[in-house]
Write a protein that binds this ligand. Structure first.
Ligand code: IVH
Length: 681
């Protein structure tokens, strides 16, 4: 490194350096815009990194020429800080919700039936306000109370599609939503061992990180959807004009926005609902806004929301109920999730008695306590959530500072939103760890559901995943327990025995170590690190551990977790026990067929399939017959297999002219190649 820099120094005059820094900054900004805003990258990640590093090097050598809005500033800082409070320059209002066409159209008819309205996606992320002065990003602030928010500028600076400097020296205050695409969420959550419930929670936690270098690691993006230009407030007559101006200023605006008259809104909503299935980012509804700014001004605001806009929430059948108590779930990672126990209501076909309250921030935002009357709804997740408050109850609930399961003092980490129990022996954590181990996606042990595992734990049969493999020694006593007949016990014991055939590819991620999920395991194996012995040997050697960083996809946080996990005596003992029990501790070589009809082809698989569940089964088949698997569509991808739910990958494949197969066409292809997919692997 030092040598390279000296060379750069010798060969460059100050003037040349200044010019090159300016040129590189511009080029990088353009590529970032193409990649993050336009979704049309012109260069590979590798080439991009090269430009980026060159700029970093030059800036280090010639700090006098470093632009205060340099794209290199997005890497963040490691300083710990509490957020300063920021008084918003305009009230940051919220929206009134509607839940069906009737309610919405009623509002349209009362407001301006002939008027033009914008219909936009309601992005499900974290609300943020950006303040630019003379074209420079000054502050990024959370919504907070609407009057005062947290100044999270350092974190916001790390978000790749937020411009730090605008192409014009304008002063503008914008509102937007920080979010994560489903794909980025899945990938990030996987390396984090599935800690996060949904992209919205992770996005909200990410902008509240104390270290902006941590935020920089999160694949965050923004869509902006409203702006005020305080110096030219009269210039914009329509919302359309504001959105086009934002686009010109290089801000990403939500896609698909349309402008229609009141009478077309119902049809437009239908069209949006159809599109939702293939959307790559989370939305929880639409926002309908009157386009004409002078009409907006005439309608004005209530203290909470504008009279000229409504949110339209998707499929949220809401039911009113009362919070009778607040309890907690403690997940295997220690995360504590408060849940409202509610008076039973029937919702979308089931009787609901619990609704999640996510975390203390969410409780504070809603302002709820025990006794509150609330509206609950089911979203994409299985557990319904408290969505709205009708009457708030006595006091806003405070989550106690001890773990409800083991009474250890809770801690806040990573994202400052959630509370964690730090005790690895906490009964709820251990039980949930065993439940995780047995799940279909992991070791897939039949007969062991949540209830059975809880019983086995509480009655001292199984106190760790390793104990599962000794359960056969307690067969007789177990069969005497209520609910454990001979038949169910033999299903369980068979399931446990069969799991010994599971490849190391499943064994390692099933243990549930932080950061060591399926993706990291696969990356290690792909790079020849395919056994626990090798992993443990590497973990003992600092230098070898650091060199794992050379594997694309493995980052510093994985390295830290790698060191911590594989030097922890408790974990080493567990691994040893599992090994002794006969679990596979070395990956099976990938099987290949005699005929390789997919040789030379690179396939990407996206969406869901009837005949291949999980969809990896289709991928395994392609690899078995000689194809290469790729996880993202690029110019090097030759084929895309796309099922329902395929989002941006399908769009990209179409743009690049890549051959796309749907499930039926793929089955036809297999048939024509003489492949009997059901009996191939
Ligand atoms: S407009 C004064 N447009 O939804 C009008 N909000 O429930 C301000 N949101 O706090 C909001 N997508 O965080 C607007 N296209 C969109 C939106 C949107 C998401 C969020 C925003 C707001 C919340 C209101």
């Amino acid at each position: 490194m030092a040598k390279k820099k000296n060379e750069a120094e010798k060969s460059l005059s100050a003037k040349e350096a200044k010019q090159e820094i300016a040129k590189l900054s511009n080029e990088i900004r353009q590529h970032q815009h193409l990649y993050y805003v336009k979704n049309k990258a012109k260069i590979s990640d590798f080439e991009f990194d090269k430009l980026f590093r060159r700029l970093q090097d030059l800036e280090e050598l010639f700090p006098q020429f470093k632009d205060p809005a340099s794209p290199t500033l997005v890497v963040g800082s490691d300083l710990d800080k509490d957020f300063e409070k920021f008084q918003h320059k305009l009230p940051v209002l919220s929206l009134i919700n509607t839940y069906n066409d009737e309610e919405l159209l009623d509002w349209v008819n009362k407001t301006d039936p002939e008027g033009i309205y914008s219909v936009e996606w309601k992005i499900d992320g974290a609300s943020i306000v950006l303040y630019y002065e003379n074209g420079m990003l000054q502050n990024g602030v959370t919504r907070g109370s609407g009057g005062i928010g947290d100044d999270v500028t350092d974190n916001i600076r790390t978000i790749r599609n937020i411009p730090l400097r605008l192409p014009e020296p304008v002063t503008v205050y914008l509102r937007g939503e920080v979010f994560m695409t489903f794909k980025d969420f899945e990938e990030y959550n996987e390396i984090s061992s599935g800690k996060y419930a949904n992209p919205r929670n992770l996005s909200a936690g990410s902008i509240k990180q104390k270290n902006s270098s941590e935020t920089a690691k999160r694949p965050l993006r923004i869509f902006t959807y409203d702006a005020t230009f305080p110096e030219e407030s009269k210039k914009f007559k329509k919302h359309q004009d504001i959105l086009s101006k934002l686009d010109k200023l290089t801000f990403p605006v939500p896609p698909n926005t349309v402008f229609v008259t009141g009478s077309k809104i119902a049809k437009t909503i239908k069209d949006f609902k159809k599109k939702k299935e293939s959307l790559g980012f989370p939305t929880d509804g639409l926002v309908i806004k009157l386009d004409d700014i002078s009409k907006r001004d005439a309608l004005g605001y209530t203290s909470h929301s504008p009279r000229w806009a409504r949110a339209y929430k998707f499929d949220a059948v809401l039911k009113e109920s009362k919070i009778v108590n607040i309890t907690y779930a403690v997940g295997r990672t220690g995360k504590i999730t408060p849940r409202a126990e509610i008076e039973p209501v029937s919702l979308a076909g089931t009787t609901v008695t619990f609704a999640t309250l996510h975390n203390q921030d969410y409780i504070d935002e809603l302002g709820v306590g025990i006794g509150a009357i609330v509206r609950v709804a089911k979203r994409g997740e299985i557990i319904p959530a408290v969505e709205e408050v009708v009457t708030p109850g006595k006091d806003v609930y405070q989550i106690p500072d001890r773990c409800p399961s083991c009474k250890t003092k809770t801690i806040k980490k990573e994202n400052l939103v959630d509370l964690f129990c730090p005790n690895p022996n906490c009964p709820d954590r251990v039980k949930n760890g065993i439940i995780f181990f047995c799940q279909r996606k992991q070791m897939d042990i039949e007969g062991l559901g949540d209830k059975q595992i809880e019983f086995l734990y509480d009655h001292d049969y199984v106190r760790s995943v390793a104990d599962l493999y000794d359960l056969k020694n307690k067969k007789e006593t177990l069969m005497e327990e209520e609910g454990f007949g001979e038949k169910s016990v033999s299903i369980i014991l068979n399931g446990i025995e069969e799991s010994k055939q599971k490849d190391f590819r499943f064994v390692l991620p099933s243990i549930g170590l932080p950061e060591i999920g399926h993706k990291v395991t696969e990356l290690l194996i792909e790079h020849g690190i395919d056994s626990i012995d090798q992993i443990l040997a590497i973990a003992k050697d600092e230098e070898k551990t650091e060199s794992l960083l050379e594997i694309p996809g493995i980052g510093p946080s994985t390295i830290i977790a790698f060191k911590e996990n594989f030097s922890d005596q408790r974990i080493l003992k567990l691994i040893h026990h599992l090994k002794k029990s006969g679990l596979k501790m070395k990956a099976d070589p990938v099987k290949v067929a005699d005929e390789q009809p997919f040789e030379g082809q690179s396939w990407c698989v996206t969406g869901s399939f009837e005949n291949f569940q999980p969809r990896d089964k289709a991928m395994d088949l392609i690899v078995y017959y000689g194809g290469r698997k790729v996880s993202a569509v690029s110019s090097k991808t030759t084929h895309l297999l796309a099922g329902p739910g395929a989002g941006s990958k399908l769009e990209k494949a179409n743009e690049l002219g890549i051959t796309v197969y749907d499930e039926t066409q793929f089955l036809d292809l297999l048939r024509s190649l003489g492949i009997d997919f059901k009996n191939s692997l």
